[in-house]
Write a new protein. Sequence first.
Length: 170
Amino acid sequence: MMILRLPTLADEKVLRLADSELELDGSNFLLDGFQESEADFQEYLDRVHSSLVGENLLPGRVPSTFLVAVVDGEIVGRTSIRHELNEWLTNFGGHIGYAVRPGFRRRGYATEILSQSLVIASNLGIANILMTSNDDNVASIRIIEKHGGVLENKVDQDGVLLRRYWINNS
Ligand SMILES: CC(C)(COP(=O)(O)OP(=O)(O)OC[C@H]1O[C@@H](n2cnc3c(N)ncnc32)[C@H](O)[C@@H]1OP(=O)(O)O)[C@@H](O)C(=O)NCCC(=O)NCCS
């Protein structure tokens, strides 16, 4: 069984490791802005919390819910649910971003992360979910389409083709 929960100080070591694992995919595990390996982790957790309640947001950021996905006590992935869209999220980022650590892939975890994220988004009152994926990300496209994603269009993001999908979440 998978649970999604907030990260804690006790997760620091594994979350730093997960972040470096995801770097190899040109992605990130932790919320962006956490790039300094020496950055204070409690400050990061404070930012996760303030983002959740929409306080002290960095410029251009919207409130968001960042949760880690835990299976049998191990952190296997994460989700980031944005409570609203700004211009960049509307064009490229979408409402929900997820990632699964390389050692835990192809076990259905990302599918489950998106299923649970949609319930959380629904509780936040988000009835239409924008999801984006690189045009060559077969796994992510599969996950979005399994959840009823309807392709609106493909857009160019700095030379990378991106798909924009809508999921009816009402
Ligand atoms: C994309 C990602 C989240 C997939 O995680 P995952 O836990 O392996 O995905 P799942 O096990 O739920 O697989 C979902 C579907 O994609 C398929 N799939 C997974 N990896 C695949 C791959 N490398 N090639 C082809 N199909 C793949 C699975 O077979 C499954 O299809 P099915 O339901 O028909 O069986 C993971 O690879 C990742 O974190 N990548 C880096 C970050 C990223 O791309 N995030 C998504 C953009 S927001």
